[in-house]
Design a binder for this molecule. Structure first.
Ligand code: GDP
Ligand code: MG
Length: 163
């Protein structure tokens, strides 16, 4: 079976847009409203000849802290068990939020290798958010634009060692 790559991040950072780009079809719903992707979605992805299964998640849509160990997060946890690597997506335009930091803390407690992606990094609007991403202590963030297809070569290079 193809190695699995899981996309994780708070709502609205562009997880489903990245999923769609890697799968090349409009399989995941993309919307300005958080919470549109209700469940895990699986797709056959290809990036510059690299083939893998990609998993889009929606485990952090509920902003009520008490519900974080709820069903959606458990699904993310289950998906992490089988993944070779996780793509942790943050929004370089919005900068880091408390929820990003909470997810990062939670991810550090898991065994899966993490690639930090600073999405929406097209143009100059993402520059300060990209710098903020370093403070997560998860290594150098990879700047991408899922919407415009920028940074895909850098994402490829970050993925290759894990697949
Ligand atoms: P998700 O909730 O993390 O799955 O995020 P979505 O993929 O649904 O995207 C949320 C919003 O961000 C949508 O309006 C997308 O069009 C927008 N978006 C996604 N990727 C980019 C990007 O690279 N640049 C910009 N400027 N917007 C993006
Ligand atoms: Mg989504």
């Amino acid at each position: 079976p193809a190695p699995q790559v899981i996309i994780i991040g708070r709502p609205n950072v562009g997880k489903s847009t990245l999923f769609n780009r890697l799968v090349g079809k409009k399989l995941a719903l993309v919307d300005d409203q958080p919470g549109v992707t209700r469940d895990r979605r699986f797709g056959d992805a290809e990036l510059l000849g690299l083939k893998f299964q990609i998993v889009d998640t929606a485990g952090w849509e509920d902003e009520d802290a008490e519900s974080l160990p709820g069903r959606m997060r458990q699904q993310t946890e289950a998906a992490l068990e089988t993944a070779e690597v996780a793509l942790f997506v943050m929004d370089a335009r919005a900068g880091l939020t408390p929820l990003d930091e909470e997810i990062a803390r939670w991810l550090r407690g898991t065994k899966v290798p993490i690639i930090l992606l600073a999405n929406k990094a097209e143009g100059r609007a993402g520059e300060s958010g990209l710098l903020e991403a370093y403070s997560l202590g998860m290594g150098d963030p990879v700047a991408i634009s899922a919407e415009h297809g920028e940074g895909m070569g850098d994402l490829f290079e970050a993925l290759v060692p894990h697949l």
